[in-house]
Design a protein around this ligand. Structure first.
Ligand code: 26Q
Length: 781
């Protein structure tokens, strides 16, 4: 296009294509080197990659940001403006998907030969639109204007079968071979996206599969005049990669989901096996990491490929499979553990079901000594409690040489709960790999102001070695540094205030505490605890309007799963309570509550650097790790949180005086749960809690529908499974302690500095080094 007719979007595409062409040489080199040197490679299988925007990442990692900025400026184009037009690649729900994206960046930055495998969804996580606090889901058409980052590779397409039957063929030597005759075939077409490491160190590949019908058109049907039927097969096949399932933490047992899981697992395994010609030695050349149970069918599929298609004996195939695969668990919530009805599995994947039975038989066969019925039931691959279902976590566990938790606490709980009996049979299989985040995106790109100060104080080495951040501790009492940090934060807060005005239509005071809770909406994450405390604070300020209240802006954001009614009601409560506060003149300059719509990676990049306080208040024992907690602490926000997930380790690294911990511990939660009356008792003990709940329950924030929150509040007396009531008083006290701390800015900033200084260990580079050493058995610098 000529510059006179080019839109800003065209400039974006052009900028990406210019830089993209420089990536390709490096990219081809990396592919070739790995092939020639026969390096071991790692394959990260994940149904989610929540990468967000790619342009800033690629420009910054290649070191061409300033060159591009200047070049564009000379053409009259503002780089920041066009960067804001790039759509988020939002192919994930939350933490699990974002972790996969951070890992891809770290693997490239560490020079590891790595491939990500997933699905190229036409529609990523839905766009959240709020109408009077009610969430509506709108399709996220991220590919509408094309995607300059991806390369279609039709030459590498791969057929994936479904359904049909299994034939037993007896060979001349009497051996029985199984031949699966699928009733249906779908073609998996790969799309490759380059993943650029820091300083262009290495360019790896994210390969996402798109589903195509092998034959796009049934011409016979068309010629008969059946114009709809002629493309029906195509619609069915292509539905597989149409849309990401938006339920985080609670598997909706839908057939299409199982089809997605098998589709990408099968295509990925077959694709990677092409690269390693000797299947009997696959484990020496390939490490395959399963991101949760979503690709757990890899266990059965790899066995099928080795035994049925490559003719390898069962025992050897089982060794190769186990030595190749490893599995990361991300949750212990019982309702989130994936299981599939045997009947569905038999219909969709008949050969895999046979293999699963065989694996189970071998596993149960090898049990030694007398075992109780309960023990056998608990280690079986088949759950028989309500209909017969395949336990995908158990399948992934048995088929892996290492199974990891994502924080120290979560790993301990894995050993004690879901996998207790399996772990006793396979000691040493469960290991801990605490999550991390890429500092390139979450510090350097998201917070250039803070980064510049860190470079100035600690030297440019911090860009390459986060360990040097520890040097900041020596400056914790330096008033000049504190002032620079405060000014940088103030600029980020002003920018966020502007965004809040644009998107939520309300003005916030950048000099107030920015108190932030942003994450998926879930009962265990306890946004409700935050809202009840906000209601209590509202009442306290009303009761004593002339006291010197510390000004606070509570900022919340997050999506609710479309069918999760309670989560949607919590969003609505945030909206209603926020409005009530807004309408009350006595709250002005004291309290504000805003809920920002459509939380995503790009919004997180603007919120995190502007936060003073980070809310990490899940019911102890329920948040596997959390990674938002790390992003905030790295950027100098103080944390108020429970002893849950990675909060426990954050406390160890930043020091217990520099984090505000409150509430029941995981073992205390377990004990308290056994008292059926704990909720009612906690409310009776706390007049402040009772009053705040009454305000909400009686229509105090919803005068147009007084009963709107009745069931939500009553649930807290009857069955407060998430300990909102039990932790309320401790949370309130912790918050008031932070109010007092804010008044002593020197003390606040000493803590903030200690946070940034102590967070180096949470770099995903550290996490990936640990995976490489202990799980993948690959060399890394
Ligand atoms: C499963 C089956 C069917 C449909 C959907 C799902 C599904 C989808 C997404 C189940 C779970 C998820 C996502 C889980 C998740 O994000 N877990 C988070 O993982 C982070 C990275 O380890 C942790 O930090 C968080 O604590 C954990 O909640």
């Amino acid at each position: 296009k000529d510059a006179t007719v080019a839109t800003p979007y065209d400039w974006l595409t052009a900028s990406i294509e210019v830089v993209r062409d420089r990536i390709i040489d490096q990219w081809i080199k990396a592919t070739k080197e790995a092939y020639e040197e026969k390096e071991k490679r790692v394959y990260y299988l994940s149904l989610e990659f929540l990468i967000g925007r790619l342009m800033r990442d690629a420009f910054s990692n290649l070191g061409v940001m300033e060159t591009m900025r200047a070049a564009l400026a000379s053409l009259g184009v503002d780089l920041d403006l066009i960067a804001g037009l790039e759509p988020d690649a939002a192919l994930g729900n939350g933490g699990l998907g974002r972790l996969a994206a951070c890992f891809m960046e770290s693997m490239a930055s560490l020079g590891l030969p790595a491939h990500g495998y997933g699905i190229r969804y036409d529609y990523g996580i839905f766009r959240q639109v709020l109408a009077e606090g009610v969430q509506h889901e709108v399709p996220e058409d991220w590919l509408a204007f094309g995607n300059p980052w991806e390369f279609e590779r039709p030459d590498l397409s791969c057929p994936v079968g479904f359904g049909g039957h299994v034939e037993e063929v007896t060979e001349e030597d009497g051996a029985v071979r199984h031949v699966w005759h699928p009733a249906e075939t779908v073609t998996a077409v790969p799309y490759d996206t380059p993943v650029v490491g820091w300083r262009g160190r290495r360019v790896n590949t994210l390969r996402l599969w798109s589903a195509r019908a092998p034959s796009p058109l049934d011409l016979d049907a068309f010629n008969r005049g059946d114009h709809v039927g002629a493309t029906a097969g195509r619609a069915r096949a292509e539905a597989i990669s149409r849309v990401l399932y938006p339920s985080d933490e609670s598997p909706a047992g839908r057939e299409l989901r199982l089809r997605q899981e098998y589709f990408f697992t099968s295509a990925s395994l077959r694709d990677l096996m092409r690269r390693h010609p000797d299947p009997g030695k696959l484990h020496e050349h390939a490490a395959v990491q399963l991101n949760d149970t979503h690709p757990a069918l890899a266990v059965a599929e790899l066995m099928r490929l080795l035994v049925d298609e490559k003719g390898i004996g069962w025992e050897q195939a089982w060794t190769v499979t186990r030595e190749t695969l490893s599995y990361t668990n991300h949750t212990l919530l019982p309702e989130a553990l994936e299981t599939w009805p045997v009947e569905l599995m038999e219909r969709l994947l008949p050969r895999h079901m046979q293999i699963i039975y065989l694996i189970n038989w071998h596993s149960l066969q090898s049990l030694e000594g007398p075992r109780t019925e309960d023990f056998i039931r608990s280690v079986s691959l088949i759950d028989e409690t309500s209909g017969r279902r395949v336990r995908m976590g158990h399948l992934a566990f048995l088929g892996s040489h290492k199974v990891n938790g994502v924080s120290a606490l979560h790993t301990d709980l894995m050993r004690e709960t879901v996998f207790r009996d399996l772990a006793s049979l396979h000691p040493g299989r469960i290991v801990n790999k605490t999550n991390g985040i890429t500092f390139r995106r979450w510090l350097q790109q998201a917070n250039p102001g803070l980064t510049a100060i860190l470079v100035d104080v600690l030297g440019p080495g911090i860009l390459d070695d986060p360990g040097l951040l520890a040097g900041l501790a020596a400056h914790e009492g330096d008033p000049a540094l504190r002032e620079r940090l405060r000014a940088a934060r103030a600029r980020n807060k002003i920018a966020l205030a502007r965004l809040i005005e644009e998107r939520a239509g309300t003005r916030v005071d950048p000099s107030a505490i920015f108190d932030v809770q942003v994450k998926r909406i879930h009962e265990y994450k306890r946004q409700l605890l935050n809202l009840v405390e906000t209601a209590a604070l509202y009442e306290a300020i009303r009761a004593e309007p002339h006291r010197n209240w510390t000004p606070r802006v509570k900022i919340m954001a997050g999506k609710a799963a479309p069918s999760y009614h309670k989560a949607k009601l919590i969003i609505r409560l945030a909206h209603d309570l926020g409005r009530r506060i807004e309408e009350d003149p006595s709250m002005r300059g004291r309290l504000k509550l805003v809920f920002l719509p459509n939380y995503n990676v790009s919004l997180a990049e603007r919120i995190v650097p502007a936060a003073d306080l980070s809310e990490q208040i899940s019911t102890a024992g329920m948040e596997a790790s959390g990674t938002g907690n790390m992003k905030f602490a790295l950027n100098g926000a103080l944390t108020i949180g429970t002893l849950d997930g990675a909060n426990v380790e954050i406390r160890e690294h930043v020091g217990p005086d520099n984090i505000t911990i409150f509430g029941l511990t995981a073992p205390e939660v377990a004990i308290r749960r056994s008292d059926p009356d704990h909720g009612r008792a906690a409310i009776a003990r706390s007049p402040r809690l009772a009053s705040a709940l009454h305000l909400i329950r009686s229509g105090g924030v919803s005068p147009d529908e007084k009963g709107r929150y009745a069931a939500l509040v009553d649930g807290l007396s009857d069955d407060d499974a998430f300990m909102v009531t039990d932790d309320f008083d401790a949370y309130w006290e912790a918050q008031r302690g932070l109010d007092a701390l804010w008044a002593d800015q020197a003390a606040w900033w000493r803590r903030s500095i200690a946070n940034t200084a102590g967070m180096a260990w949470f770099s995903s580079d550290r996490t990936i080094r640990e995976y490489a050493q202990d799980i993948w058995r690959m060399p890394v610098e």
